[in-house]
Design a protein around this ligand. Structure first.
Ligand code: SF4
Length: 392
């Protein structure tokens, strides 16, 4: 009886547009949360199931409710937030706080590449997020070893070979990696500062999809091992090469350094309801109508500046579990959709390319906001073209 009533309710009320729906029990508990770009069709499909979990859900449900959203991206976020908040019995995904991790290139005299589970505003560069922490730790260690970067604690004293010192030249290295040749050993003055920094920037270039130095180094070592008939070592290096390739593929799929996960993302919506999403520190902070006129863009620029202006409380704040889960969601969304990736920009770039020339020179915020330091004095025709593409 309830089933027929629910179906009639969906048939008479639901529309085929993006939405998030909730199946509810008799006492108002949320049993299941789902999303679809065609809400009506999706909901009706539940009534065709005769067995299994879906049929059980429909039998147990006393009501079904839904909200429309402008697009699939909004549906994805709303669905995830509802599941995390209500932990419905029938949902599996998003329920548990998943551990996510990032590759971090530290900002130290002798930078390290390490795995981090939080993004902090500490001047380091973060790449990711990644959902499989165990594999990432191995791949990060491979990267450090391929380039000779250290992996000892940050507090380990660093003495570069070109550093003028009054005492103790020829100090011994502090671990075996110096002897095995897998570390340049800045703890023992065995490399110059420039040599070490060169390797650290090769690591950043690799993680940003601009360089292949670690892959080439491992491939050379593997060939040399095979020529020496050291087949076990060659096999180990082959596995290392495979992990590094996988790491590179992952970071290339979500390209570039997403420092602090700040993005401005424009999305066409159902029935012309186009939106601009402001993703701050990995989390969907807010959204606003996609501006269509110069005045709207100026107003939107004010909002973007306010949302992304560095705040004092950011300094020590890491990316919390909710933000990390959302960052992972965003990473997956963009990595599988190259077209959507082209719609997302870092806030500085969005401001620089999408404000008309007059707005650039007249905005009173330009002198104050650290976000605007790279804004060009006039938008070039190429910028205008890029701006138009971004608004499409
Ligand atoms: S050799 Fe020195 S710098 Fe390299 S990892 Fe070991 S302790 Fe650190």
């Amino acid at each position: 009886m309830a089933r027929r009533r629910l179906k009639e309710h969906v048939l008479s009320r639901a529309e085929n547009r993006p939405g998030v729906y909730r199946w509810l029990s008799g006492d108002g508990r949320i049993l299941y949360v789902g999303k679809s770009v065609r809400t009506r069709s999706r909901l009706l499909s539940y009534f065709g199931e005769t067995g299994g979990k879906v049929a059980r859900l429909v039998r147990e449900a006393a009501a079904v409710a839904w909200d429309y959203v402008p697009n699939e991206f909004a549906a994805l976020h709303r669905e995830m937030r509802l599941i995390r908040a209500w932990q419905p019995d029938y949902n599996v995904e998003h329920k548990r706080g998943r551990r996510v991790a990032f590759v971090k290139v530290t900002r130290e005299r002798a930078p390290r590449v390490v795995v981090a589970t939080r993004v902090e505003d500490d001047g380091a560069r973060y790449y990711g997020p990644f959902s499989r922490v165990g594999w990432l730790a191995e791949a990060t260690s491979d990267l450090a070893r391929a380039l000779g970067l250290r992996d000892c604690p940050g507090a380990t004293p660093v003495h570069f070979g070109d550093q003028v010192e009054m005492f103790s030249p020829g100090r011994p290295p502090m671990c075996l990696r110096a002897e095995t040749g897998s570390c340049l050993a800045p703890c023992a003055g065995r490399c110059t500062g420039a040599e070490y920094r060169g390797r650290a920037s090769a690591a950043r270039a690799f993680l940003e999809g601009r360089g292949r130095a670690p892959l080439e180094a491992v491939a050379r070592a593997m060939e040399a091992a095979a020529e020496r008939l050291a087949f076990e070592e060659a096999a180990r290096l082959r596995d290392r090469l495979a992990r590094l390739e996988k790491l590179r593929n992952h970071v290339s799929a979500f390209p570039g350094r997403r420092r602090n996960m700040n993005l401005v993302y424009s999305v066409p919506g159902f029935g012309g309801e186009d939106r601009l999403y402001l993703i701050r520190r990995g989390r969907l902070h807010s959204d606003l109508p996609l501006p269509k006129t110069v005045e709207d863009r100026q107003r939107a620029a004010g909002v973007v500046e306010a949302v992304f202006r560095p705040a004092a409380e950011d300094r020590d704040a890491g990316l919390d579990a909710g933000a990390a889960a959302e960052a992972l969601l965003a990473a997956k969304w963009f990595s599988r959709r190259p077209r959507e990736r082209r719609r997302a920009m870092e806030p500085n770039r969005w401001l620089a390319t999408c404000l008309p020339a007059a707005a650039c020179s007249s905005s009173s915020a330009a002198a104050e906001s650290p976000l605007l330091w790279r804004r060009p004095p006039r938008a070039s025709s190429a910028d205008e073209a890029s701006c138009l593409r971004a608004w499409r």
